[in-house]
Write a protein that binds this ligand. Structure first.
Ligand code: ZN
Length: 122
């Protein structure tokens, strides 16, 4: 029996779309950050893939790179009270982290599949 051919997928595109890194069609997550055990379309075993703390580190760097200059600009331009800074940037950072963590984890899993390979269970 021959294995089906899957054309190479962009790890960035499949990761950001939260799709399977091999076929680009199946769902990658069963929960917010919980990976599916196996792709619904191609059967890729995702049980053993582990992105560790990588996505969180990249989210911290990305948000820091974006939020700190904006916070400094807001302070220089409008000089809001400190409580407003605390409320505003806490909400922005929390919302940004929740929004970015899932696609960043998808990209890390897709990069892991591309460069290290994930066992297909066969
Ligand atoms: Zn798949």
């Amino acid at each position: 029996m021959t294995d089906p051919f899957y054309p190479p997928q962009s790890p960035i595109a499949t990761g950001l779309a939260c799709r399977c890194p091999r076929c680009g069609q199946g769902r990658l997550f069963s929960g917010y950050l919980e990976l599916v055990a196996q792709c619904d379309i191609c059967g890729l075993n995702l049980r053993d893939s582990d992105s560790g703390d990588g996505p969180a580190v990249f989210v911290i760097f990305a948000l820091g790179f974006i939020v700190v200059p904006i916070a400094l600009w807001v302070e220089a331009r409008f000089q809001p009270p400190l409580w407003l800074h605390a409320v505003l940037w806490s909400c922005v950072i929390l919302g940004g982290a929740l929004a970015l963590l899932r696609p960043f984890k998808g990209v890390m899993v897709a990069l892991q599949y591309k460069h290290r390979g994930i066992s297909d269970g066969s």
